[in-house]
Design a protein around this ligand. Structure first.
Ligand code: HEC
Length: 172
């Protein structure tokens, strides 16, 4: 009798286990927006503005010392990747990203022209104008308390800023 009872309990347990699994897997595959949920989760894990802005800040500071040292290739490189650093925001902040693109393609074009021309005087002027524009955007976006200032040294000290190079040395 006890043996039979044990058998019934075991079979019932097994059946409910199978049933629960079936329900669970049906749940996973039949959710119509399951893929969307996963895409949203991946998006939520990709940086928005704050993380890439740290890189923007560092590359922006480094650029100055590269231009000053006549390392125009390094200055051009810093500018190129300062812009690329913001790429995740195309996906995570589609409404705000165009403001960055507008800044880089318009205001910053003048800095890039000075780099291409390897003209430090013009670089210095356009660079300091750009600082004001960085801060104007911070203000507009509600981050007026983030005020960019020009550092006395580069952010990264592990590269030679005085190595002479041409702006065109950056591989495409
Ligand atoms: C399109 C508007 C916009 C422009 C242009 C812009 N920023 Fe920002 N920046 C932001 C926003 C928004 C934040 C705050 C990030 C957040 O909380 O999402 C920020 C934050 C920062 C930070 C703080 C990052 C941190 O968390 O430590 C630095 C540094 C920075 N920006 C540097 C710059 C520099 C340098 C420039 C110009 C070359 C610039 N930004 C141009 C919008 C902008």
């Amino acid at each position: 009798m006890a043996k039979k009872l044990l058998m019934i309990v075991a079979v019932a347990g097994l059946m409910s286990f199978i049933w629960l699994n079936a329900v669970n897997s049906a749940d996973e595959t039949q959710k119509p927006n399951n893929l969307q949920v996963q895409i949203d989760a991946v998006k939520a894990a990709i940086p928005k503005f704050a993380v890439p802005m740290r890189e923007v800040g560092d590359r922006f500071q480094n650029m100055y010392f590269a231009a000053q040292g006549g390392n125009w290739g390094l200055a051009a490189y810093m500018s190129k990747y300062m812009n690329s650093a913001m790429n995740p925001a195309k996906l995570t902040k589609p409404a705000e990203y165009p403001a960055w693109a507008g800044f880089y393609n318009n205001t910053f074009a003048k800095v890039n022209e000075a780099i291409t021309a390897q003209d430090f005087k013009s670089f210095e002027k356009t660079y300091s104008d750009a600082i004001n524009r960085c801060n104007a955007c911070h203000g507009v976006m509600g981050y007026g308390f983030i005020k960019v200032i020009k550092q006395n040294t580069a952010s990264d000290l592990g590269v030679e800023y005085n190595l002479k190079s041409k702006a065109t040395d950056v591989p495409k």
